[in-house]
Design a protein around this ligand. Structure first.
Ligand SMILES: C[S@@+](CC[C@H](N)C(=O)[O-])C[C@H]1O[C@@H](n2cnc3c(N)ncnc32)[C@H](O)[C@@H]1O
Length: 281
């Protein structure tokens, strides 16, 4: 949803912007292209490898971009004209078997977006209580068969790799439709490993302080759990007189985009304009 993102961000040529999710640099490059040399874009990602790819892809506009490895909870900017976050994982992360996000290719069960520290998915699964695993699958993955899967995982420990886990899940809960039975398990685990809910909360909390009046916040999410958080946070900004909601309903990708890029089908974009930095309810 590149065109829609740019439309809602309404980039000013001399503005100061923050792309919280550089990924492969798609949004970063497009925003930077709309800036003059007087403008500035800070482009962040917690994944060092992704940041390097983004840097290469947007090299043409290097004079107006500052790349920085940072996660949402570390962001502390001010006076921004706009901020964008495109949540989740990138195609690069998802398809690289060595990163461990995919149930379709053999790899270490890692799933850390920032591989320099933190607990891997394998460590989590091999050392957590069955109840905790079931709760993650149920609450974050919205997996109906969470308890059955958690039981099978605990019995099969130690879980060694992506395909080992995918096989354990598939044997515990056979396929009922087109979706691979391990899809929700992998998604939930990824969210726990990267503390994605906590990170989104931190971003939603800090973003209105970082953006100045007249500036905009654009967030693209891929899961109903996340979209709900974004919606509620923007409503609160409206209620307290700090924000003007620009998307009464979430913006979804065009049919053409979904055809060309099927994973985009669940994307939802919401935007808010900050009208007042101070709360006055
Ligand atoms: C969907 S991709 C972004 C794609 C990007 N908009 C583009 O045009 O290429 C999401 C990116 O957000 C990063 N990310 C996810 N959660 C993050 C967090 N809490 N802090 C920083 N980066 C995060 C991931 O590492 C990933 O590279």
């Amino acid at each position: 949803m590149l065109a829609e993102s740019l439309e809602y961000l309404a980039v000013k040529p001399y503005g100061r912007y923050l792309d919280c999710t550089a990924g492969l640099g798609g949004h970063t490059k497009a925003i930077a292209a709309l800036l003059t040399q007087g403008g500035k874009l800070i482009s962040c990602d917690r994944d060092a490898e992704s940041l390097e790819i983004a840097r290469q892809n947007a090299a043409e506009f290097a004079d107006r971009i500052e790349f920085r490895q940072a996660m949402f909870s570390e962001l502390d900017e001010s006076d921004l004209d706009g901020l964008i976050a495109d949540l989740g994982v990138s195609r690069f992360q998802l398809t690289g078997p060595e990163r461990g996000f995919s149930f379709q290719a053999e790899g270490p069960l890692d799933m850390r977006m920032d591989q320099s520290h933190g607990t891997t998915a394998a460590d989590l699964l091999n050392h957590s209580a069955e109840k905790a695993i079931a709760d993650w699958l149920h609450q974050l993955g919205e997996e109906r068969r969470a308890r059955k899967i958690a039981g099978a995982i605990v019995r099969a420990r130690p879980i060694r790799s992506t395909l080992h886990l995918a096989g354990v899940v598939e044997r515990a809960v056979p396929r009922t439709g087109p979706m691979h039975p391990a899809t929700r398990t992998f998604m939930a685990l990824r969210m726990v490993v990267n503390r994605e809910q906590e990170e989104l909360d931190a971003l939603l909390n800090a973003a209105p302080r970082m953006v100045k009046p007249g500036g905009r916040i654009v967030i693209i999410s891929f899961m109903s759990l996340e979209d709900r958080k974004v919606k509620e946070s923007f409503r609160e900004l409206k209620r307290t007189g700090r924000g003007l909601i620009l998307t009464k309903k979430p913006i979804v990708p065009s049919e053409q985009e979904v055809r060309m890029n099927p994973p985009s089908r669940s994307a939802k974009l919401r935007a808010v304009e900050i009208v007042n930095a101070q709360e006055h309810s």
